[in-house]
Design a binder for this molecule. Structure first.
Ligand SMILES: Cc1cc2nc3c(=O)[nH]c(=O)nc-3n(C[C@H](O)[C@H](O)[C@H](O)COP(=O)(O)OP(=O)(O)OC[C@H]3O[C@@H](n4cnc5c(N)ncnc54)[C@H](O)[C@@H]3O)c2cc1C
Ligand SMILES: *[C@@H]1O[C@H](CO)[C@@H](O)[C@H](O)[C@H]1NC(C)=O
Ligand SMILES: *[C@@H]1O[C@H](CO)[C@@H](O)[C@H](O)[C@H]1NC(C)=O
Ligand SMILES: *[C@@H]1O[C@H](CO)[C@@H](O)[C@H](O)[C@H]1NC(C)=O
Ligand SMILES: *[C@@H]1O[C@H](CO)[C@@H](O)[C@H](O)[C@H]1NC(C)=O
Ligand SMILES: *[C@@H]1O[C@H](CO)[C@@H](O)[C@H](O)[C@H]1NC(C)=O
Ligand SMILES: *[C@@H]1O[C@H](CO)[C@@H](O)[C@H](O)[C@H]1NC(C)=O
Ligand SMILES: *[C@@H]1O[C@H](CO)[C@@H](O)[C@H](O)[C@H]1NC(C)=O
Ligand SMILES: *[C@@H]1O[C@H](CO)[C@@H](O)[C@H](O)[C@H]1NC(C)=O
Ligand SMILES: *[C@@H]1O[C@H](CO)[C@@H](O)[C@H](O)[C@H]1NC(C)=O
Ligand SMILES: *[C@@H]1O[C@H](CO)[C@@H](O)[C@H](O)[C@H]1NC(C)=O
Ligand SMILES: *[C@@H]1O[C@H](CO)[C@@H](O)[C@H](O)[C@H]1NC(C)=O
Ligand SMILES: *[C@@H]1O[C@H](CO)[C@@H](O)[C@H](O)[C@H]1NC(C)=O
Length: 680
């Protein structure tokens, strides 16, 4: 029987609604929960989660805390115990192709037609398994901005759901288990923190390496001579400035802590029979039924169709007819394909389908399911079930700039990152410390300090740039034929950013401190350009989507980034704190200084992505091109939510993983509350 009235409502869409016996495959505890063969899945679950990544595993873990709630997670990648994932040294696993999708962006028209690798995790844990482990949140204004887009639109259907700094802070606390740094390391490096912004109950840890290079503190302190720079008491305080931040690692084991270890393993350890993860399985689309009996003729998500991994051993399961979903005429035909020697299968969601395939694949799956811009869908021969123009639009990522400075007279500083390669004594000590105690430089990821600065702090012409943005004809910078609602949403975002460029509450400039004699990465935290992620009409079902960052399509991004380079130049070349170290500029070179020359340099050198794909299923009012409402429900579809980075209406001025965890924690509470309300 259905679990509650919400599920009951949904179940009315089916002719058959009997719960299947819950299968318990043989083997160890893990075999209970991790299914490698689609035949082991039940016929139906309360919730089917698409994507066992950062958000998907968080939601599945929280929902299955109730032993009466059954959840199936379907993940394309496999469950990996590889040391490449668990190691913390260097932090970044973005080069291990086995855990990544192989996607190349379309040529970037404003970047000399260069293409770029679209990195996203394809493994249980998703991008949290491959990321650089930087644990950062945006400023309070970044999250308050999300709520402001709904001002004046609230009604009974779409009431304020607390998308604001104060609404999210409890979920930032719930999402991570913060472990403070060792007192001696904090003392010698000058690390400050304040635990009031953190929690200590989650299975996902954030902690600190047992070693910092002195150069990080030198770079950190060099910001003290730059005017207007603040030094917040904690990375989680929601304030811009220069601060220390932790890494996604378990400081006891000194291994990566991520959605697999913190949520999947936790759900498995409960050893209840209500959590299943099906790996190496690609979801093709969400099955939608028309719900003609309601006045607004909503569609209803009844389940998910997926392709069973077509290895030679796969054969048609005995109960294929039941798994075909063909008991209802509204469910499309699935079955065996003799050409590909694979079969597709249907699994029913009694309550809801939760789409958590990430910023690149969630919009793709919606479009393949018939939810998206009508023109795009008809080009791809997909019949439109809900014409939702925002799906796959509003695409945002953080561009990375290469401006390169070096300190040529750094020999007084020891040890440095290069000593790991050049000084055999230091290297031997580092190896021994790691072997004996898992301490020393090899416990470091990509570093733990950075500057996150507001625009007026880095640029004297903030008023001019802000006024330029206000007076832009915003729609002119979107792709031809962009829907009016999407353009209206873009205009609302640009109005918010024009204000943010004038105040000191939103960080635009990010400089990740390298800790060595060379400068670190620069990142534009609030790009103005918007891209698209659309299915490829040539072969929508078999090809990856077309990913177009459209980086620098709004020319003001060139001005913002030019000022970032100029500020970094002042920081290194005109800063009394650096004078003794002999700073030199390697790139672009001090002769590259006019806006035009810098824009040319940027078009030749920037990377349009910091691997933070977001915004493609935006939480915005429908009139602003939104895809989900404040409860993350897809407009026009019942029983379907999106929970991942694609719902961010605007990027936070920070690496995105911590925000994804907080959004997923909040989503889990929203989903539990709806189920409870519906059962009353
Ligand atoms: C190389 C790299 C470095 C990064 N560095 C940092 C960092 O240092 N700090 C930080 O905060 N953020 C970082 N990020 C970003 C951060 O990790 C992501 O924003 C976040 O993990 C995204 O979570 P998500 O739930 O939206 O998507 P994901 O975690 O990517 O989950 C999506 C899941 O869906 C699965 N999936 C997709 N399509 C299908 C399908 N059709 N069927 C079944 N399953 C499917 C995928 O395989 C994946 O497991 C980095 C990301 C990358 C890739
Ligand atoms: C689970 O369901 C059973 C039977 O309906 C009920 O008695 C029990 O209280 C439920 N447990 C929880 C935690 O809701
Ligand atoms: C980029 O490609 C487009 C389309 O092929 C072409 O029109 C344009 O001239 C190219 N631009 C550059 C700088 O090569
Ligand atoms: C930590 O932050 C809280 C506010 O969240 C504040 O009340 C407290 O004084 C701070 N503690 C320190 C040591 O800064
Ligand atoms: C966990 O957090 C609570 C509340 O902030 C605090 O009282 C407690 O000391 C913390 N426990 C540990 C082990 O850090
Ligand atoms: C923002 O900071 C800059 C640099 O300190 C300062 O000049 C400016 O007045 C500040 N702006 C506001 C609105 O506080
Ligand atoms: C899990 O539960 C099963 C069935 O109740 C039991 O046989 C098994 O020992 C349990 N495993 C663990 C690790 O607790
Ligand atoms: C299918 O399974 C095989 C091993 O059983 C694996 O090697 C292959 O990568 C899988 N295919 C996909 C698409 O995951
Ligand atoms: C699935 O159902 C359709 C329609 O009833 C049927 O044509 C097809 O053969 C079935 N496939 C399988 C594998 O049973
Ligand atoms: C089987 O798969 C191939 C390749 O994707 C496709 O062209 C063909 O139409 C499929 N056949 C059926 C009956 O679905
Ligand atoms: C090499 O490292 C050792 C150990 O840290 C240190 O004592 C020594 O001075 C270093 N040598 C140079 C040339 O920096
Ligand atoms: C490991 O830790 C112990 C205890 O702190 C210390 O005595 C020892 O020197 C460390 N070993 C290395 C190689 O750093
Ligand atoms: C779409 O359908 C039309 C007409 O049936 C056909 O000519 C075209 O090749 C199809 N396109 C795709 C991408 O399948």
């Amino acid at each position: 029987m259905p679990r509650n009235a919400l599920c009951q409502t949904l179940a009315l869409a089916f002719l058959a609604s009997t719960a299947a016996a819950y299968p318990r495959p043989g083997g160890g505890a893990d075999r209970w929960h991790v299914l490698h063969n689609a035949r082991e899945t039940a016929l139906e679950y309360d919730y089917v989660v698409i994507g066992g990544g950062t958000a998907g595993l968080t939601v599945a873990d929280r929902l299955t805390e109730d032993p009466n709630t059954t959840v199936l997670v379907i993940e394309y990648g496999s469950l990996s115990d590889s040391a490449l994932i668990s190691t913390v040294q260097g932090g970044f696993r973005g080069f291990d192709a086995q855990f990544l999708y192989a996607i190349e962006s379309v040529p970037q028209v404003h970047l000399k037609n260069r293409t770029t690798g679209v990195l996203a995790g394809k493994v249980v844990g998703g991008s949290s398994a491959v990321n650089a482990m930087m644990t950062v949140r945006g400023t309070a204004e970044d999250y308050n901005r999300w709520g402001t887009f709904f001002e004046g639109t609230q009604d009974a259907e779409n009431e304020d759901a607390g998308w604001s700094w104060s609404g999210l802070l409890p979920y930032f606390r719930k999402a991570l288990h913060f472990v403070p740094p060792l007192p001696e390391v904090a003392q010698s490096s000058g690390i400050v923190y304040n635990t009031s912004f953190w929690g200590n109950t989650s299975g996902v840890y954030t902690g600190w390496p047992s070693f910092q290079f002195p150069g990080t503190t030198i770079q950190f302190d060099a910001f003290r001579s730059m005017p207007g720079v603040e030094f917040p008491v904690d990375s989680g305080a929601g304030e811009p400035g220069v601060y220390w931040f932790p890494s996604f690692m378990d400081p006891t084991k000194v291994t990566r802590s991520y959605a697999r270890t913190g949520h999947h393993d936790r759900a498995v350890a409960r050893n209840t029979s209500n959590y299943h993860l099906l790996t190496r399985t690609k979801v093709d689309h969400i099955v939608l039924a028309h719900k003609a009996d309601t006045p607004d003729a909503k569609a209803i998500a009844t389940g998910v169709r997926f392709t069973v991994n077509a290895t030679a051993s796969v054969s048609v399961p005995e109960d294929a007819q039941a798994r075909n979903g063909s008991s209802s005429s509204t469910v499309p035909v699935t079955g065996w394909n003799a050409t590909t020697r694979s079969h597709t299968q249907f699994v029913r969601a009694r309550c809801e389908v939760i789409l958590a395939a990430g910023g690149i694949h969630s919009p793709q799956i919606l479009q393949l399911s018939g939810v998206g811009p009508r023109r795009l869908l008809s080009e791809a021969n997909i019949s439109t079930i809900v014409d939702l123009p925002g799906v796959g639009q509003n695409f945002q990522d953080h561009p990375m700039l290469t401006a390169s400075f070096a300190l040529s007279n750094y020999s007084s500083v020891h040890p440095t990152t290069s000593d790991l390669f050049l000084n055999a004594t230091f290297r031997a000590w580092s190896d021994a410390a790691w072997k004996a105690n898992r301490t020393g430089p090899q416990s470091l990821g990509v570093g733990n300090a950075a500057a996150w600065l507001p625009f007026p702090v880095i640029s004297p012409r903030w008023a001019e740039v802000s006024a330029n943005l206000s007076s832009q004809k915003h729609a002119a910078y979107l792709p031809d034929g962009t829907d009016d609602t999407v353009a209206a949403g873009y205009a609302a975002q640009m109005a918010s950013y024009a204000a943010a460029l004038r105040n000191n509450h939103t960080a635009f400039y990010n400089n990740v401190l390298s800790g060595g004699a060379n400068s670190g990465t620069l990142v534009l935290l609030h790009p103005l350009s918007r891209g698209t992620v659309n299915i490829d009409p040539v072969d929508p079902h078999n090809r990856e989507p077309l990913v177009d960052y459209r980086a620098m399509s709004n020319p003001l991004d060139g001005m913002l980034m030019a000022d970032m380079i100029r500020y970094t130049r002042r920081f290194f070349m005109e800063n009394p704190a650096h004078a003794q170290y002999g700073p030199i500029e390697l790139a672009p070179g001090d002769y590259v200084n006019s806006d035009d020359d810098l824009a040319m340099y940027l078009s030749e050198t920037i990377t349009p992505s910091e691997y933070h794909p977001s915004g493609t299923c935006a939480m915005l009012p429908r009139a602003l091109g939104g895809v989900v409402d404040q409860k993350l429900r897809v407009y026009g579809v019942e029983g379907l939510r999106v929970v991942d980075a694609s719902v961010f209406p605007t990027l936070p001025g920070a690496n995105t993983c911590q925000t994804v965890y907080a959004v997923a924690e909040k989503a889990a509470d929203i989903i539990k509350a709806s189920a409870k309300a519906a059962s009353k």
